[in-house]
Design a protein. Sequence first.
Length: 95
Amino acid sequence: MAFPLYGDEYAMERRLFGMLRGAGVDCLNSNDVGKSGEDDEAQLRYASGEGRAIVTFDRVDFQRLHAEWATTGREHAGIIIVSSARIPTSGGSQS
């Protein structure tokens, strides 16, 4: 099941959104909606107001924001933190 996504400035700089759009996923980024340059809190507020999960590579700031929002009872549509770490696609067996 697909759900709408919103990419912050970190995500829009990557090929990720081009691939998602090519696959037919409903996704916008901060540049699409005139929000480039706004701080992380503003990005999360926008995404939440639109019912979109935010996609980011900015783990530290968004983990902090999630904790702040949870502490104050605020809800968001989700935060997807993407790692740039490479996962091997093949390899030897593990014991």
